[in-house]
Design a protein. Structure first.
Length: 526
């Protein structure tokens, strides 16, 4: 099949041609039209070309949400570079690993992270004239001034100031199968792996999400996900702009602002994760605003308690949860009409994804049987960056092995039971912590809970529950938990140990970092 010369950079270009004066993004209450966005992207692209960017070069970005983030992303895409968003929560050695693993030529960074970069810059693959500095523009802390551009970096506004607004001419064509981005995923053990996402895969993902949400240019999307994460960039921002809608964006997440934005901008599609929704509900703002404009709410996660769905529904918000991972985002979504009928389900596969459940020998399992969820289709990643052996084990004959355990019911709805790596064996029985966590989230004294398997002389492994109390001063004992779980799940699934904590370690998308809990407690809890 011949290659198709087309790239993600056509998204802002096409909308700038069709409706240049329409707001593409409202960032911190300032609208930016598709025409303005395209012109700024072109200025960035010309600057990158002047600095020697070649097709396939990696461009790393360590930045908070901002318009320049999107400019650099689309400019890199137009030129055939490979965009590498970096998690700004990472520490120096973690950043150093990812920047060098992808052999980055360029690094764009916000003033907030100058210290982190300065400590490691002598050990980075980034070329001396390709450290590019930006101010994040956020509110300043009284008495604390962020640094100016250091002598070893160059200022982004100065570099793009005199560049042309017109679309750049390409030295080499960019094809649909070419890599668009490398997004690093954290693992339980070992270094993070860089999932390679192509232009074509990203377009199919855009179409899939548009189908889920019935997206149109008339929509206004409210979301405050970090753009460095695959969810923020590839489930929210890129599909929203692909559909020609207006996206309301802020530097970071604030529950009060999020709720107020729904009313202020008459949001029609709203995206937030379970932990974010809990914070939004706790703020009380949803009871003070008009949400009648909202027609689609996407978010959640497999550990979302029924009480949260009910609390949102009481306020006219019907949250549809789905299932995906960096390697294959947005695989499924639960239809709105099935939220309560199929509580706990992540829905059915999207238009461009086929998923099923199989055992360790590769045999498809019947409805109700637990096995690994596998997937195929044009939304699957190309592979892991420079890891051919791991790629071959993960994508077998075009089928992605997700590492997630689950089952399909008789009607074709999928349920995620747990991550394969999170399962533990107690007395020879498989225990899936997520099953127990879901139930415990309904306990009045429990706000958050995470369970891991820890070693035990008698049973091999037992469950250890880490609990964040619903109110300060609340405490929950093992006996209370056992009493609450009695007649709900088998006794061997009950946690044998409990630790009350003030917070759980979370990823950028508010998921619990069980790897940290295991590292700290799994061996010492003996």
């Amino acid at each position: 099949m011949p290659s198709t010369p087309w790239d993600i950079g056509y998204i802002p270009y096409k909308h700038a041609v069709m409706h240049p004066d329409k707001a593409a993004v409202i960032f911190e209450d300032q609208p930016v039209t598709y025409g303005e966005l395209e012109r700024n992207i072109n200025r960035c692209a010309h600057m990158l070309q002047a600095k020697g960017l070649k097709k396939g070069d990696r461009v790393c970005v360590l930045m908070l949400n901002c318009m320049e983030f999107l400019e650099i992303y689309f400019a890199t895409a137009k030129l055939g570079g490979i965009f590498v968003p970096l998690n700004w929560r990472l520490l120096g050695p973690e950043l150093e690993y990812q920047i060098n693993d992808c052999a980055a030529r360029f690094l764009f960074f916000h003033d907030s992270f100058l210290g982190s970069i300065d400590l490691i810059r002598s050990r980075l693959t980034v070329e001396a004239d390709k450290f590019i500095y930006l101010k994040n523009g956020g509110p300043q802390i009284p008495g604390f001034e962020l640094p100016e551009c250091p002598p070893w970096a160059e200022s982004y506004p100065e570099l793009v100031a005199d560049q042309a607004f017109v679309k750049p001419s390409l030295h080499q064509p960019v094809f649909m199968e070419d890599p668009l981005a490398i997004v690093y995923t954290s693992g339980v053990t070992g270094n993070p792996k860089g999932a390679v996402l192509s232009h074509g895969q990203t377009f199919f993902k855009n179409f899939q999400i548009s189908t889920y949400t019935n997206a149109s240019p008339n929509d206004v999307l409210i979301a405050q996900m970090p753009l460095f994460h695959s969810g923020g960039l590839f489930i929210v921002a890129t599909p929203a702009l692909n559909s020609g809608m207006t996206m309301v964006m802020r530097r970071g997440f604030n529950p009060n602002e999020f709720a107020e934005d729904i009313q202020r901008y008459k949001g029609t599609i709203v995206f937030a994760l379970t932990t974010m929704w809990r914070m939004i509900l706790d703020s009380g703002k949803l009871d003070e605003i008009d949400v009648s404009s909202v027609r689609c709410v996407v978010g959640g996660g497999e550990r979302t308690p029924p009480s949260l769905f009910e609390a949102l529904a009481k306020r006219g918000l019907y949250m549809q949860q789905g299932f995906g991972q960096t390697e294959n985002s947005a695989m499924t979504l639960l239809p709105r009409e099935d939220i309560f009928r199929k509580m706990g389900s992540v829905g059915k596969p999207g238009y461009f994804t086929d998923i099923w459940v199989e055992d360790t020998s590769g045999k498809r399992l019947a409805p109700g049987e637990i096995g690994e969820i596998v997937a195929k289709g044009p939304t699957v990643m190309s592979g892991y960056w420079n890891l051919p052996e791991i790629t071959e084990k993960t994508i077998v004959d075009g089928v992605l092995h997700t590492g997630d355990l689950g089952y399909m019911d008789e009607e074709g709805y999928f349920f995620v039971v747990d991550r394969e790596k999170d399962m533990y064996r107690s007395g020879g029985e498989n225990v899936y912590p997520a099953e127990v966590e879901k139930i415990l989230l309904n306990h009045p004294k429990i706000a958050q809970v995470a369970i891991i398997g820890v070693s035990d002389d008698k049973w091999g492994e037992v469950g250890m529950a880490f609990i964040v109390p619903a109110k300060e001063g609340d405490s929950v004992t093992v006996d209370e938990i056992r009493g609450f779980l009695k007649e709900k799940v088998a006794k061997y699934k009950h946690p044998a140990k409990v630790m009350m904590v003030t917070e759980l370690p979370l990823t950028a998308t508010m998921k619990v970092k069980k790897s940290e809990l295991k590292k700290k407690y799994a061996e010492s809890a003996h």
